[in-house]
Design a protein around this ligand. Structure first.
Ligand code: GLU
Length: 297
């Protein structure tokens, strides 16, 4: 009967089942009380950014994010509030640009639509597991990196066949359209049967119901899904790529990009970065790494 349930309903059921089992720890999520607060700097400290000028006259920042990635970017369906490591990064940067958290409006943008959203001015910047690479740099700017992830595989707990991308021949592998993990499987492992959805949570639902054999994306994302239903899912093998996460900016706004680089560095040095990590992504079980050096260009 569970086979007939689809999408979020099924994942919700799996999560509920996991909560109810004796000995299963309650699913941990970011607790508002453990999150750092960020000192809001004077709004006029940065000059010459058309994006910031627009945000100031509108009275709020619009930041693109993900809404279905546990511990990274998640939207509470009841309150509409976003939480997670990427959301904290967006807030600490926003504070340096003169915007308090209440003046930041988050907007969910899927992997395939990030460049267009930045090009069309739908968002002022984007923080959502966004890998910096040369192709994307032709279309958008990147501040950071602020974190390094690596492509991995998520499989059902009982799976014994998949240990790495070399085992994907003939397997149904799900990823998000427009993502670097999708593109890597397409190019380097053409014998895998790729399935694309807009979101990784849709892939995870399909993994739980048996429609696909693996989900592939960054380890940081997959660890969150696995931590939510440890009796159902596990990570297979080791990461097989390097995914430096950047903050996407409109392509020609170098002033904004530089100001975000400054903000990241300041919050890495004053302890906010680690405090934010510990209160969010750290809950999936991986201790805080050292933040990577900022790459100004
Ligand atoms: N970091 C990868 C990317 O930017 C995968 C995660 C995502 O789709 O957001 O394509």
């Amino acid at each position: 009967m569970t086979r007939r349930l689809v999408g979020p309903a099924l994942l919700a059921l799996a999560l509920l089942a996991a909560c109810g089992k004796p000995g299963t720890p309650p699913p941990k999520g970011p607790q508002a009380s453990s999150l750092p607060s960020y000192q809001v700097r004077s709004a006029d400290s940065v000059h010459g950014s058309p994006t910031l000028d627009g945000a100031r006259s509108r009275g709020r920042l619009v930041v693109g994010a993900k809404e279905d990635q546990p511990y990274l970017g998640q939207k509470n369906p009841a309150t509409g509030e976003y939480s997670g490591f990427d959301i904290e990064i967006a807030k600490m940067v926003g504070a340096d640009l003169g915007f308090a958290p209440a003046q930041i409006q988050f907007r969910t943008i899927a992997s395939a639509n990030r460049e267009t959203a930045l090009q069309n001015g739908q968002v002022d910047y984007y923080v959502g597991t966004y890998t910096i690479n040369d192709n994307r740099k032709k279309l958008v700017g990147f501040a950071g990196p602020y974190f390094i992830a690596g492509q991995s595989l998520l499989v059902r707990k009982a799976d014994t066949a998949i240990h790495g991308p070399q085992d994907l021949n003939g397997k149904k592998v799900c990823s998000a359209a427009g993502s670097t993990p999708y593109q890597r499987i397409q190019k380097q492992y053409p014998k895998a049967q790729l399935v694309a959805y807009d979101t990784y949570s849709a892939c995870v639902d399909n993994l739980i119901t048996g429609q696909v054999d693996a989900v592939t994306t960054d380890n940081a994302i997959l660890q969150g899904y696995a931590a939510k239903v440890p009796d159902e899912l596990k990570i297979a093998g080791q990461p097989f790529s390097t995914e430096p996460y950047g903050i996407g900016t409109p392509h020609d706004d170098a002033v904004l990009r530089g100001a975000i680089d400054d903000a990241l560095l300041r919050h890495e040095q004053n302890g906010d970065w680690k405090a934010a990590y510990d209160a969010t992504l750290g809950l999936s079980g991986v201790p805080a790494p050292t933040p990577p050096p900022i790459d100004r260009y």
